[in-house]
Design a protein around this ligand. Structure first.
Ligand code: IPD
Length: 268
């Protein structure tokens, strides 16, 4: 897909993200219908509603582009081009009325050469949008261009000292991932200024891209949580390292301002 078309897709994705964001805000203080719940995870009826809204808007403009979303797949997810969508990232926060959640929309294409792919499944991200409807913050990125927050260019921090860093950690849903991260947490907490656990991975990546956090680390994360935020981080000068792990579209990842990457000594 050529650059002008990518920009058109980006513009559309921002509109779709705003529509889903309006739905989130309209329901912020309502009791939410829980469709499924496990110890560390919740699925709301609103997750599916928000994805439908996004899907309709994207399919209206691009009827042939399939969508791989947290709430289900539409079309062939292995097509040459695909949308990757998390309609509400931070669902647990949102359910409990904590206004820290976002919409994440990415457009990915299969790389021509495997060496150019961002992900092990052969895709690279062309366009990324992360929208926080509670703070009114919209991050946008098009591959090869600078990241913008509400239209203004942003960059990662240039913090060089671990003892001044703010590092965010995501505790994923499975017991195995939790247990793997706890010893690391115990070690890291003594070396950094603060650890933060905010509960929305896509927003955490956008915060690293903006220099608010210096790094974000999580195991057992899914593609729809990281596809848009990963591009947003890289276009802001950050480093995004990830590896596929067993599970559908599952990864472990370290995101940083680049300078502090090695010093994190995170288990990847
Ligand atoms: C989750 C959030 C959370 C992260 C989980 C994600 P969801 O996304 O981003 O911060 O720790 O791994 O699955 O389920 O709220 O869209």
């Amino acid at each position: 897909m050529k650059l002008p078309e990518q920009k058109r897709a980006l513009n559309l994705a921002t509109h779709a993200a705003r529509a889903a964001g309006r739905l989130m805000r309209a329901n912020q203080f309502e009791t939410k219908q829980v469709d499924a719940a496990s110890q560390h995870d919740i699925k709301l009826a609103l997750d599916a509603r928000a994805q439908n809204e996004i899907e309709e808007m994207l399919a209206d403009a691009y009827p042939d582009i399939p969508l791989l979303g947290e709430e289900g797949v539409h079309g062939d997810p292995a097509a040459a081009i695909r949308w990757v969508v998390d309609p509400i990232d931070g669902t647990v926060n949102f359910t409990y009325g904590i206004p820290h959640a976002c919409v994440s929309i990415a457009l990915q294409q299969k790389a021509e050469n495997p060496g150019e792919a961002d992900y092990e499944d052969g895709y690279q991200t062309l366009v990324g949008v992360v929208y926080d409807p509670f703070c009114g913050e919209m991050w946008t990125a098009v591959r090869g261009e600078p990241t913008r927050l509400n239209g203004k260019e942003v960059r990662v921090s240039n913090r060089k000292k671990m003892n001044e860093a703010i590092v965010s950690i995501g505790f994923a849903k499975s017991r195995e991932n939790l247990e793997a991260m706890l010893p690391y947490f115990n070690e890291l907490v003594h070396r950094v200024r603060k650890i933060r656990m905010m509960g929305a991975a896509a927003l955490a990546l956008a915060y690293v891209a903006t220099g608010r956090f210096d790094a974000y680390i999580e195991r057992g994360i899914r593609l729809w949580d990281i596809a848009a935020g990963g591009l947003i981080l890289e276009c802001a000068g950050g480093r995004f390292e990830h590896k596929a792990v067993p599970g559908e579209h599952a990864y472990k990842m370290i995101a940083s301002n680049g300078v502090l990457h090695r010093g994190l000594r995170a288990p990847l």
